[in-house]
Write a protein that binds this ligand. Sequence first.
Ligand code: NAD
Ligand code: FES
Length: 283
Amino acid sequence: MYKIVKRQQLNDTVVRLDVEAPFIAKKAKAGQFIIFRIDEQGERVPLTIADTDSEKGTVTIIFQIVGQSTMLLSQMKEGDYILDFVGPLGAATEFGDAKNVCVIGGGVGNAIAYPSAKALFQAGVHVDVIAGFRDKSIVILEEEYKSICDRLFITTDDGSYGDKGLVTEKLQQLIDEGNNYDLVIAIGPIPMMKFVSKVTEPYNIKTLVSLNPIMIDGTGMCGGCRVTVGGETKFACVDGPDFDGHKVDYDELMKRNSTYKNLEEHDRENCRMFQAAHMGGVK
Ligand code: NAD
Ligand code: FES
């Protein structure tokens, strides 16, 4: 059993939990994930680790309420216990010997981009962060980012905060201004990772993306997380979740992720009703 020691509502649909899991806190590296199960009836849900504190023995997860499990998790309070919290799973992000890196997060994907930016910055690498959101009301992690990067650029689709536009526009601008990045890390919605990779490809900038296919066991056994990278079949849970952004078959990933679209929409409708009743509506 794993105790929730801190709970924070980051915006209407995004929640941060610090969970007591000393073994994971000690071992986990940027890019790795956990799988949680709330109780005996619960489904197994993968979540990338947003942060760790090895002294306190805690692991931070930041998640969007998108279905029944994340809705139930969001209702848990400090002092409550999660039945299973397994990890660290997956391969850690391999940064190579990059010296000038641009880390890009899209929406809640920023929770996963954050540990990479932090690990690189603490290793003495120059780190620019582009954090993109639809609008000002859902901006998360601004203060946290400020202390672990050289420059932070926030973008909003509607221009209500930071620079108006998509993260890809800001990246193109920074490249045009002469920033010679040797690594770009992009984590967020699949179309965002696809189009970031399209921006960097002509400049031959190494680009890492973190894939979020459907996962079941998280150990390479079930095949649920199958993705195609450079024409080869890979399992995101053991070969990834990070892959070369220029080689990923994004269209196949989007198609496979929409397999349970109808069931997920039904789940989302339940969430919307819950949020409208308990959290003052949904964005
Ligand atoms: P969102 O749809 O609001 O997008 C966030 C930002 O990404 C936008 O503000 C924009 O700057 C950029 N973006 C989106 N589409 C783009 C495009 N076509 N071209 C260029 N830039 C684009 O994000 P959200 O609502 O917070 O949704 C989060 C998404 O991230 C979900 O789809 C979720 O499944 C996914 N996600 C992915 C991971 C991962 O590991 N890759 C982790 C968590 C969440
Ligand atoms: Fe089963 Fe990856 S989740 S093989």
